[in-house]
Write a protein that binds this ligand. Structure first.
Ligand SMILES: [Zn+2]
Length: 129
């Protein structure tokens, strides 16, 4: 099961999937730092921090790749973190996770769509609710 959702960093291509979960480094505006563990399945919400950190609903956290320390913030959608997802059929899509704590939103964006509609569009091809 852990191979089903294979995430990687858009910057350095390092694998971000660990034991069937997705692990990112995050910092709060207060400067506190932790690892943010996400459920790998788009549309399934829930996260935890390791070491544990209590986050406030509505706060915006910065997420980084634990390997290259690039920000994972999406350029097109600044409130989202953008990760590459390699699917079993060999195709790659971008998955956007909200980085607003408590906001349960995940989008899947495929390259054809973003190329066609560009940055100005707020509509996304597949909304996973
Ligand atoms: Zn990276």
């Amino acid at each position: 099961m852990s191979e089903k959702y294979n995430y990687s960093c858009p910057g350095c291509s390092a694998g971000l999937s660990r034991d069937g979960e997705v692990m990112l480094t995050m910092t709060r505006s207060t400067g506190e730092k932790s690892n943010l563990i996400l459920h790998p399945k788009p549309g399934v919400y829930g996260y935890y921090c390791n070491p544990p950190l209590k986050l406030e609903d509505g706060e915006l956290v910065e997420c980084y790749c634990p390997y290259c320390w690039e920000s994972l913030r999406s350029e097109s959608f600044p409130n989202f973190v953008s990760l590459n997802l390699h699917k079993l059929d060999g195709s790659n899509v971008k998955v956007l996770f909200s980085r607003l704590v408590g906001q349960h939103k995940t989008y899947i964006v495929n390259e054809a769509f973003t190329n066609k509609y560009g940055d100005g569009s707020k509509k996304l091809l597949d909304l996973v609710s």
